[in-house]
Each structure stands twice: as structure tokens, then as C-alpha cells.
Design a protein around this ligand. Structure first.
Ligand SMILES: [Zn+2]
Length: 409
């Protein structure tokens, strides 16, 4: 048994629902030993910390790019930069990103866009000080495909190369595999409306990963890319923006198919509007693509995307939250609360929106956290205010614990 102590807060969310009577969480070493109402008095020898605000499990961000500081494409600190920067510089960016996450109460991150496998070395390096890291290594993509500059390009017509790419990841000990099923906004010349892989090579990759016991998540902005990824048997869909010529729309049959296949969707919602350029200032390749889809008003588009997220819920799709932190200036590390706030803006009940960033996210990442429950890791977050009525309070951290150890915020 470790050293027991207790944290008592009048408002609490346990990973699935708000607790009417608040919570006194008893911590033993790095685990939660018990969860009682706030009125509960632990034995006299157990020190109690009393705080105002709302107590939650530490947040779990399912989609980050730790190697990027969120700069514009091509600039120092961007994903493109990470693909060519020296390892020591990348390590500094990774550490700074992890510090931003934990200060914000994000106690687990899933990295889906590594460069040079740098992120793997950061797993478990400072377990008492920096978030838990689940890492995919560089995303698999086609030559010159989306994020090829991260070093994960493979020739889809060469089955031996596909096998080698997966075997390399297995050997290095990745936690899952990420594949780019469609083009992306950060990569000029890649096609956001199409599919990067045919079904057969993508299924080859997925089967090889599954044989090694690894899950596969697929980046896709297009309806076509999502369909190919589902045909190939992926386990998760990132973004799932459902772009198609003439608009943004997830067909009901596609949503039903995702739900019945048990595939997780991470819609990567949320951004800091103050740091998002207006449509008129987007690079030419993005403008051209937006015109093909018919997007002219940025804020109207994002409001539509937020409303669209409600359809995931209505069709019974399992949803987790990831911000895509580091991908661009509007998505800073540690701002996962914006993903939750976007779901609420789209019409999600607050408790269900929070589950996408706590219990559901932890389950999807395979970490034993995400819930205020006996036996779980004592990753804890207290924020300033009542999250049930003011979801933005999630972005106002007061105190954070990692495995029962207090972290400076
Ligand atoms: Zn990303």
C-alpha cells in the first residue's frame, strides 16, 4: 500500500455522469482506492485536500502531434519542420507540448503524427510530471501523400514494402498504427476529396497490424476515404469530415455502417477562432479545395460541422475526442476542452461530451484511466467552476494529479 490521501470537491464528474453528491476520492499510491460522496469523512489518518470547482478524471486527448508546436505549415515548429529538424530540437518541442497538456489537465495523449519515431522515446520518461503517451509513430501514407514529410510513405503497389512498414513499427514498439486514407489540408497536392489507398493495399496494412496485435486508425476527410477505410477493416476514423464534391455530409447509411462495425470516430472538433485565419487568407491549394466543396464562410462551416457531430450520437457511433493539437496555430496543445465544448455547441449533453474526452477516450487508448473509480489510475483534474452548466470551465484548470502525484499548473 502506498500513502493514502483524499481529495474532496463538492462538484464531480466520474467519467460517465455528474455525481449529485460531489466526491471524496481516496488515493492510494498511483491508484484511486475509493470514491465516496463529498460529505464522506475518511479515517483521521488520511489527509484531505478540499478544493472548489469541479473534479474530473484527467483528460485524454486522442489526437495530438507532439513533434509540432502548432506553427503554420513550413514554419519552425510546424509538422513539415518536424520532418527535417534535428532530433534534439524535436525533443524540445515534444517536451514543451507535453508540459502544455498536463498543465491543462490532459493527463494522457495519443500521438498520431510523429516524425522519425521521436515521440516513442518520451513514453514513460517522466511519469510523475508529464502525461502518459500512446504513440503511433509516423503515419503511413502514399508517396507524396498527406504528411509524407513525416517519413511514413509506402508504395501501395509493393506488398513487401507494406509488410516492412508495419514490421518496422512493431519492432519499435508502437502502440497503434495510423494511416492516411485521404489527403489533408496541410499537404498541397494531396486530395482531401479522394482516397489515397485502394482497398486491397489498405487491407494488407490493416491485416498485418492486426496480426501483430495493433489497432489501426485512419485519417480521412472524404466520404470516399472513409468507405475505403471501412472496407479495409480499420478500427478508428480520425476527422471523419465527410467532404464530398458540393458539400460536407455524412450519409445516414455510412453512419449506420460505422456504428455497426464498432469503429470509433474522433471528429477532431474544436479550435481557437482567434488563431484561425479567415477563408480569404488560406493558401491557394486550400482555397481551391474549399471552392470545390462550396465552403465560403469559415464560421458557418464550423457551426455546421458541430451540428453534424450530433448525428454521430444519433446513429450510435462510438465517439472520442482529440483536438489535433499541434497541427496548426488554432489547435494549441492542451486545448482539448475546445473539442468537448464543440460537441456541446453541436447539441451533445455535457456528460456525454465529457465522456468522449475521459472514459471513452481512455478505453480507446487502452489506458487504465479516464474514470473516478476504485482501481483506476489517480489521474485527476479540478477546474474552476461548474462544468455541468459552463463547459468552458473545463479550460480553467486549478489542480492536476498524475498517478496520484500533484503536478504544477
Ligand atoms: Zn492530425
Amino acid at each position: 500500500m502506498g500513502q493514502r490521501w483524499a481529495l474532496r470537491v463538492a462538484r464531480a464528474y466520474d467519467g460517465e455522469r455528474f455525481r449529485r453528491d460531489g466526491a471524496t476520492v481516496v488515493v492510494d499510491g498511483d491508484r484511486i482506492a475509493g470514491v465516496e460522496p463529498a460529505a464522506f469523512s475518511p479515517p483521521g489518518d488520511v489527509p484531505v485536500t478540499d478544493l472548489d470547482g469541479t473534479l474530473l478524471p484527467g483528460l485524454v486527448d486522442c489526437h495530438v502531434h507532439l513533434v509540432a508546436a502548432g506553427a503554420f505549415p513550413g514554419a519552425q515548429g510546424s509538422l513539415e519542420w518536424a520532418g527535417t529538424a534535428d532530433p534534439a530540437s524535436v525533443d524540445l518541442v515534444v517536451t514543451a507540448a507535453l508540459e502544455d497538456h498536463v498543465a491543462a489537465g490532459v493527463t494522457t495523449v495519443r500521438d498520431l503524427g510523429d516524425a522519425g519515431f521521436r515521440v516513442l522515446a518520451h513514453r514513460g520518461r517522466h511519469p510523475e510530471r508529464l502525461p502518459r503517451v500512446v504513440a503511433a509513430g509516423p503515419p503511413l501514407t502514399t508517396p507524396a501523400g498527406h504528411c509524407h514529410f513525416l517519413g511514413g510513405a509506402v508504395d501501395p503497389d509493393d506488398p513487401a514494402a507494406l509488410d516492412r512498414a508495419v514490421a518496422d513499427r512493431v519492432e519499435r514498439g508502437v502502440d497503434l498504427v495510423k494511416v492516411m486514407a485521404s489527403g489533408g489540408f496541410l499537404t498541397p497536392g494531396s486530395d482531401q476529396l479522394g482516397a489515397q489507398f485502394e482497398v486491397a493495399p489498405l487491407r494488407h496494412l490493416v491485416d498485418a497490424a492486426h496480426t501483430a496485435g495493433l489497432r489501426v486508425v485512419a485519417h480521412t476527410h472524404s466520404v470516399t476515404g472513409a468507405e475505403v477505410a471501412l472496407d479495409a477493416g480499420v478500427d478508428g476514423l480520425e476527422h471523419f469530415t465527410c467532404l464530398a464534391p458540393g458539400g460536407v455530409h455524412a450519409p445516414a447509411e455510412l453512419l449506420d455502417r460505422v456504428a455497426s462495425a464498432g469503429v470509433t470516430v474522433d471528429p477532431t472538433l474544436g479550435h481557437d477562432a482567434a488563431r484561425f485565419p479567415p477563408v480569404s487568407q488560406m493558401p491557394p491549394h486550400v482555397l481551391e479545395m474549399l471552392a470545390r466543396i462550396g465552403i465560403t464562410d469559415r464560421d458557418a462551416h464550423f457551426a455546421q460541422v458541430a451540428r453534424g457531430s450530433l448525428r454521430l450520437r444519433e446513429h450510435g457511433v462510438r465517439v472520442v475526442s482529440g483536438l489535433d493539437a499541434g497541427a496548426m496555430p488554432a489547435k494549441p496543445h492542451g486545448h482539448l476542452w475546445r473539442s468537448v465544448a464543440a460537441l456541446v455547441e453541436g447539441g451533445w449533453p455535457v456528460d456525454e461530451a465529457l465522456a468522449t474526452a475521459t472514459s471513452a477516450a481512455a478505453d480507446d487508448c487502452g489506458v487504465d484511466a479516464g474514470r473516478l473509480a476504485a482501481g483506476r489510475l489517480a489521474d485527476l483534474l479540478v477546474v474552476d467552476g461548474d462544468v455541468a452548466t459552463d463547459v468552458a470551465a473545463l479550460g480553467r484548470p486549478v489542480a492536476v494529479w498524475l498517478g496520484g502525484v500533484a503536478v504544477g499548473t
